[in-house]
Design a protein around this ligand. Structure first.
Ligand code: 5AD
Ligand code: SF4
Length: 469
């Protein structure tokens, strides 16, 4: 059974401990040369996007030019996701295609990195598809040696150039996860939690901001579980909000989310007022089977605090439908929770059994047709809510951060301070702000017309209030 997110899939993050290098002896290319080309293909979450940035630095340092098409590449690197089976199916498809291109002599080497690389299944994939190099998540730096760099640096994080053309950057604050959710492969492939020191995070962000970063996203599997030398996540968030012009964080765990953090989101002008708090199920019975460590009531209380502390904020979540043992009553409770929490968006996943997880061998498998119906029922509930919440924004003035510049249709993609995605007609460059009027709204995006644009930091950083949104 595969899983289908109702929206684009956000998701998992950080690193495993197992060194899993499985390079074949003859695989290593010769010394670096400017005539070499490499193509990086990223699957999965923001953490993988961020890991791909490190990989990109390595191949550039090694003298490779980056290309977009497999057939133009000497070396293809697939940076992969293992969290649900459909992610693996996609990678298999790409590996098959790469084998064909290699037979035709168009691609020379293939490397597989990321979460599939850290899973046992990678050994079979390596054999089946003749992959030259397989690396897990904790030893990506070994790619440096593979591409012919003389030194191997543990990580390419420090002074990492910003992503998305420099105006937005991901910053890892913790890796791994100490939870053991029944269905989840992440602790196996990414390892236990390791938190980065506060100073190191703040220094990296200061450097990024000095280099032009306008928007920092703090990354980790359970960022709100971050703690280091007596400091907790809220301390880190406060420190970052003082040095970054705009900041957001993902992903959080309801058991770690402190009311203090929720209030800080509301109080600090530089924090995007958007909370992603995965609930997974609305049924206490299922939450227990999943080992989530909280009850639905506690989750509801957190949301009440958020809605009160951040009245204009947006709330998103992750929900799994069809986990083994899920009954009709459990499902009804999920629907009820979705109704009560009025999510602005949700990533809904059909349960996907992952080998090695507890849930993969649990009895009470839910038939596909039932999973499909439940998926659509949850989706409908989420979309109805999201649509009516978004309608309330129509007619309002918003300050919008431009994330991606206008395409052929003249529309750029941006984000309001409350975290709404907006299509806005403007030629403003990515990384700048535009003031715009919301003209219409769908369940996923707002549509706006810009009235004024400016480069760089938001007005709230120059002391003016954030326009209400
Ligand atoms: N099946 C379906 N969904 C899953 N997720 C994690 N593991 C599985 C699985 N085996 C979902 C969870 C998590 C999100 C990133 O992916 O909802 O929060
Ligand atoms: Fe997976 Fe649970 Fe950890 Fe999230 S908290 S990464 S779902 S084990």
């Amino acid at each position: 059974m595969t899983s289908t997110p109702a929206k684009a899939s956000t998701a998992p993050l950080p690193l495993s401990h197992k060194p899993t290098a499985k390079a074949t002896a003859e695989a290593r290319p010769d010394a670096p040369s400017a005539s070499r080309t490499a193509c990086i293909k990223t699957f999965g979450c923001q953490m993988n996007v961020h890991d791909s940035d490190r990989i990109r630095r390595m191949i550039q340092d090694a003298g490779y030019a980056e290309v977009q098409r497999y057939e133009d590449a000497d070396l293809v690197i697939l940076n992969t996701c293992y969290v649900r089976e459909n992610a693996v199916d996609r990678v298999r498809g790409h590996l098959g295609e790469l084998n064909r291109l290699r037979r035709e002599g168009r691609v020379k080497k293939v490397a597989l990195t990321g979460c599939i690389g850290a899973a046992e299944e990678s050994a079979t994939l390596q054999k089946t598809y003749n992959i030259d190099l397989v690396l897990g998540t904790h030893n990506t730096y070994e790619l440096a040696e593979f591409v012919g760099l003389p030194t191997m640096r543990e990580t390419y994080t420090p002074e990492l150039p910003g992503t998305e053309g420099g105006h937005s950057s991901f910053v890892t604050i913790m890796t791994g996860c100490n939870y053991q959710c029944s269905y989840c492969i992440v602790p196996t492939v990414r390892g236990r939690m390791i938190c980065r020191p506060l100073q190191s995070v703040v220094e990296e962000i200061k450097n990024l901001v000095a280099g032009g970063t306008e928007y920092v996203t703090l990354l980790g599997q359970t960022v709100d579980a971050w703690r280091h030398e007596g400091k907790r996540f809220c301390d880190l968030l406060e420190a970052v909000s003082e040095v970054a012009p705009r900041v957001w964080f993902t992903t959080s765990h309801p058991s770690n989310m402190e009311d203090r953090t929720l209030r800080t989101i509301g109080e600090r002008d530089t924090i995007v007022k958007r909370l992603h708090l995965p609930v997974q199920s609305g049924s206490d019975r299922m939450l227990k089977v999943m080992h989530r460590g909280y009850k639905a009531e506690r989750y509801r209380r957190k949301i009440e605090v958020f809605r009160e502390a951040v009245p204009d904020g947006t709330l998103s979540t992750d929900i799994i439908v069809g986990h083994p043992g899920e009954t009709e009553e459990d499902h009804e409770q999920t629907i009820k929770l979705v109704e009560d929490c009025e999510f602005d968006s949700a990533y809904i996943f059909k349960f996907s059994p992952r080998q090695g997880t507890e849930a993969a061998v649990l009895p009470g498998v839910v038939p596909d047709s039932v999973v499909q119906r439940r998926f659509l029922e949850v989706l409908r509930e989420v979309e109805q809510n999201a649509f009516s919440r978004n309608q309330r924004k129509v007619g309002g003035e918003e300050e919008i951060f431009v994330r991606h510049g206008a395409t052929d249709d003249g529309k750029a993609i941006g984000e309001t301070w409350s975290g709404h995605a907006v299509h806005v007609e403007t030629d403003a460059a990515p990384g700048s702000y535009v003031n715009a009027t919301i003209e219409s709204a769908g369940p996923h995006v707002l549509y706006a017309r810009a009235s004024e644009s400016r480069k760089g930091s938001a007005t709230n950083n120059s002391g003016l209030p954030i326009p209400s949104s």
